[in-house]
Design a protein. Structure first.
Length: 465
């Protein structure tokens, strides 16, 4: 019996996560993401690569002569989180490429994924004028195919294959998925966090007898400082800016860091008796906050314990931000999407606020190559070329402090040691960092550690009987 792995995305990069695993003839696709740093054919995984698989073991047969490949057999597809680099290509895969098999998500992911997908579609088509890759109807039809699952619920997909979801922390609804066919078993982590934060708990999984673990490695060479030290530095930078009359732009995705940092700011604002307004851009994050209130059982222990007296997501100092307020005088703090300043409202605000030395842009999370956020993190540019006709003067303060919900190198090592699989594949990380993690630690591990290049390599594993 064998486990075959084909990485269609996020092999040695961060973006468009998509891994196809075949366990004793049963094919599973984990994630179906898009790359936030590309606007061309590299945006989505190359689904035509299924043609390179053994046809007797392949469940999808796309036609290169057609723009609408068809699915000839069913293939199970768990989607682990709602972030676009994990779910962004899903409507394209189902409604354009014609996939007709089952799709599994946790209940929060099923609730939140269509919100993120529709927001992305609006930004790219209605505001940027790009050709539509999928429509609102495509999103709706895609979500009808989704089968929601509970944590630790064993789902018997067919007589041979069973899957089970485990709490991953990271963002609301994130899950690690366990899959087993016969005696062969594996876990795909997706994004996870081994450390609890203010609004979510740490990843939780039981000891399992695994032939393969596929783990993210975004921060594979980073050991983070104390969370409290990072929080103090963040609050100090924000307070200094608004005290001087400046505006603070915090580019975040609508769910996750926005709620984490707003809880932090709310507490600080009350302790310091500050009256500077805090804003969320448009309705996306406000809508997300509603789901956080509905899905309290997925949050941290502290949030659940205090829920009867105070809902942590009822933000007293946070308000909706309108476009007409961009050039309004006076200090403020604004959470704007998307988190990497790859487009959308955060980019619109950045154009207005970046030229002023009084203002601050603080980047709380990871930014993929090709985005403005990545350029700001990689140095201190004085100008950024948005396109051949648009140049942005950058005189504002730039502050990067990781509040990323991804686990760090210690967390990755702790999970691998705890699960002790026979084989490990590292994905969702930058190639040099993945190589460093593998070289530094794998000699001390009693199992095989691999990194697979996107689209070019597949690995065949023989589980021990």
């Amino acid at each position: 019996m064998a486990i075959d792995s084909l990485v269609l995305g996020a092999g040695q990069e961060v973006g468009k996560s998509c891994v196809v695993v075949t366990i004793n003839g049963k094919r599973i696709m984990f994630d179906c993401g898009m790359h936030m740093g590309h606007l061309d054919h590299q945006r989505y995984p190359d689904f035509s690569l299924f043609l390179n698989l053994n046809p007797t073991r392949t469940s999808i047969t796309p036609s290169l002569a057609s723009s609408s490949p068809t699915c000839t057999k069913r293939k199970q597809k768990p989607t682990l989180i709602f972030h676009l680099d994990h779910v962004g290509a899903l409507p394209y895969f189902t409604e354009v490429c014609g996939y007709r098999g089952p799709i599994y998500m946790t209940y929060p992911t099923k609730a939140l994924a269509p919100i993120m997908l529709e927001d992305y579609r609006k930004v790219m088509v209605e505001r940027r004028g790009e050709e539509e890759q999928f429509s609102s109807d495509h999103i709706a039809e895609c979500m009808k195919k989704v089968i929601p699952v509970d944590l630790k619920q064993t789902v018997q997909v067919d007589k041979d294959l069973q899957i089970r979801a485990y709490y991953a922390g990271h963002v609301l609804g994130a899950a690690m998925f366990y899959a087993k066919v016969g005696d062969a078993a594996m876990v795909y982590t997706g994004d996870y966090n081994m450390t609890p934060d203010r609004h979510l708990g740490a990843a939780q999984i039981e000891r399992l007898n695994l032939d393969l673990l596929i783990s993210e490695s975004t921060y594979g060479t980073t050991i983070r400082d104390s969370k409290y030290a990072r929080e103090r530095e963040f609050l100090r930078a924000v307070h200094k800016c608004v005290a001087g009359g400046g505006k603070v732009l915090i580019p975040t995705f609508a769910l996750g860091r926005a709620q984490e940092l707003c809880i932090l700011l709310e507490d600080y604002w009350e302790r310091m008796n500050l009256e500077v307004p805090i804003y969320f851009s448009a309705g996306l994050t406000l809508q997300a906050n509603m789901y956080y209130k509905m899905l309290i059982s997925w949050t941290s222990q502290k949030v659940k314990e205090t829920y009867s007296t105070r809902n942590a997501f009822d933000f007293k100092n946070a308000h909706k931000f309108d476009r007409s307020m961009i050039d309004a005088p006076g200090p403020c703090v604004l959470f704007a999407t998307p988190g990497m300043i790859s487009g959308g409202f955060s980019l619109e605000v950045f154009k207005h606020w970046a030229p002023s030395e009084m203002n601050l842009v603080t980047l709380p999370g990871y930014c993929v190559a090709g985005t403005i956020g990545h350029k700001l993190m990689s140095g201190k540019p004085t100008k950024i070329d948005l396109d051949k006709d648009t140049q942005i003067d950058v005189r504002c303060q730039i502050h990067h402090l990781s509040f990323s919900p991804h686990t760090d190198a210690k967390g990755i090592m702790d999970l691998i040691k705890f699960l002790s699989p026979k084989n490990v594949i590292l994905v969702h990380g930058e190639k040099p960092k993945m190589a460093t993690l593998k070289e530094k630690y794998s000699p001390n591990w009693e199992f095989n550690v691999m990194t697979l290049q996107t689209m070019r390599l597949s690995q065949f594993l023989q589980p021990t009987m």
